[in-house]
Design a protein around this ligand. Structure first.
Ligand code: ZN
Length: 233
């Protein structure tokens, strides 16, 4: 308990000290720039393409749209940002990325969303990391889109092995039946427009499984999105 508190205090100190220099290039940054300098931010590679699964899953009425804000490329600024968010608890980086996705969605059409739902982690993984980084992105999106975040709308009911070494078909199998809608929120999501969000999408297996579970539970329109899209090697 004490250790937890101490960790939290240390985090706050780190969060307070770090923003004086860019997370990506370490150059000093202006007080109104947070975590990343304008130069590095401009270098983030926008992902403007349709996801490979988009048409198929729209046709199957699982989703209504899908998008990612940036390309994920190893060794680039986006990797640094996502890493900081995942392992160094930089909540504000998640919010910044979420704001960016939110603005992108808002520019697309006048559709309104009721909820932003992060892809959940299994509780064993939460115990290791203490938090789900996608919740921070969801928060950033909700600020721009005026939608509520529903962090526990989905529950991961099965522990799944990390997808990194799996191919597309294995990933799909790996996450099958891994999620369910939280009974507590079942009525709340009926006919509601929902955006499901993750930090990185690769084959889309995980987030599309989440979308399917929500759809089967009676949700309205569903968009799936992420901060970054990574092509499968
Ligand atoms: Zn920089």
């Amino acid at each position: 308990m004490f250790r937890r508190t101490l960790n939290r205090v240390l985090d706050e100190i780190v969060n307070f000290v770090l923003p004086n220099s860019c997370l990506c290039c370490e150059s000093p940054i202006a007080p109104d720039e947070r975590f990343i300098c304008m130069n590095c931010f401009k270098k983030l590679e926008k992902f403007g393409l349709p996801h490979p699964w988009k048409e198929e899953f729209i046709a199957k009425s699982v989703i209504d749209n899908s998008l990612s804000a940036f390309w994920f490329r190893e060794g680039t600024a986006i990797q640094t940002l996502l890493h900081c968010m995942k392992y160094e608890k930089m909540k504000s980086v998640g919010r910044m990325l979420g704001n960016q996705i939110g603005r992108q969605i808002a520019e697309l059409n006048g559709m309104t969303f009721d909820y932003v739902v992060p892809v959940p982690l299994h509780k064993a993984r939460i115990r290791d990391r203490q938090y789900n980084q996608s919740e921070f992105i969801a928060k950033g999106m909700s600020e721009v889109l005026n939608a509520k975040v529903l962090n526990d709308a989905l529950i991961r009911i099965r522990y799944t092995q990390t997808q990194t070494k799996l191919n597309k078909a294995e990933r799909k199998e790996n996450v099958k039946g891994a999620f369910e809608v939280n009974q507590k929120h079942k009525d709340k999501i009926t006919a509601k427009n929902i955006i499901v969000v993750d930090d990185v999408i690769t084959t889309g297996a995980t987030i599309l499984e989440c979308a399917e579970v929500l759809k089967k539970s009676g949700a309205g329109k569903i968009w799936v999105c992420s901060a970054a899209y990574a092509a499968l090697d």
